[in-house]
Design a protein around this ligand. Structure first.
Ligand code: 5RP
Length: 230
């Protein structure tokens, strides 16, 4: 299977998971990126059952609405049973680096509200140690240089993502050269830097379930402490 065929296969598996685990009228959180796009296209088959969706980016909102799926502001939604999103890297504890598409802040907010986070990836994303993929950090523009200096003190080499502005009007520093041995501690340390909006390290709230596309099919991995609702 090509990488796109793997993404399509895992998107179908996620659609089936959603179909089996939501009540009629439920609202589902939807992530951002190429794998999430395949999922959105599959989710369209469930649109008569769905109450709608919450989007983690403007690009996702546009794609959902293009399929006739109603998109809700997160503030209007009390219960989000499932959030489906991709990742740039994921480890065996289902901690992730996200934000390659720059949507990390809204992704982290939607993930915080969702009861179950289903990560959809192809095999290339599964790693032993997070950090080979540069860690995206969203920063308030006037704090860019200060945050870059503080990230360098944590051992990384931050580089401004040129010509990119997030949906929230902020900048992204991509932090190279990190071998992330203690993801939750690093997430806390980055959160404490004044001017940081969010980091793309999803350690404290990782995924609950990983649907992983491999050449021979889709495998399922669960986080040890996951609460899977049905
Ligand atoms: C966007 C993300 C994406 O989930 C991540 O970049 C993976 O994208 P893709 O499915 O295209 O590989 O975090 O901000």
């Amino acid at each position: 299977m090509t990488q796109d065929e793997q993404k399509r296969a895992v998107a179908r598996a996620a659609r089936d998971y959603v179909a089996a685990h939501i009540a009629d009228g439920a609202i589902v959180g939807v992530g951002t990126g190429s794998t999430a796009n395949f999922f959105i296209d599959e989710l369209a088959a469930l649109k008569e059952r769905l109450g709608g969706a919450v989007a983690s980016s403007e690009a996702t909102r546009i794609r959902l609405e293009g399929h006739g799926i109603r998109v809700f502001d997160l503030n209007e939604v009390e219960d989000l049973p499932i959030y489906v999103d991709g990742a740039d890297e994921i480890n065996a504890a289902l901690m992730m680096i996200k934000g390659g598409g720059g949507a990390l802040t809204r992704e982290k907010i939607v993930a915080a509200v969702a009861r179950t986070f289903v990560c959809v990836c192809d095999q290339s994303k599964l790693v032993d140690t997070l950090g080979k993929f540069p860690l995206p950090v969203e920063v308030v523009p006037m704090a860019r240089a200060h945050v870059a200096r503080e990230l360098a003190k944590l051992g990384g080499q931050p580089r401004l993502r040129e010509g990119f502005v997030t949906d929230n009007g902020n900048l992204i520093l991509d932090v190279h050269g990190l071998a992330i041995g203690h993801p939750a501690e690093l997430e806390n340390a980055i959160n404490e830097i004044v001017g940081v909006v969010t980091s793309g390290l999803f350690a404290r709230r990782g995924a609950d379930l990983l649907l992983l596309a491999t050449a021979s099919g889709v495998e399922t991995m669960r986080r040890a402490t996951a609460t899977i609702t049905s």
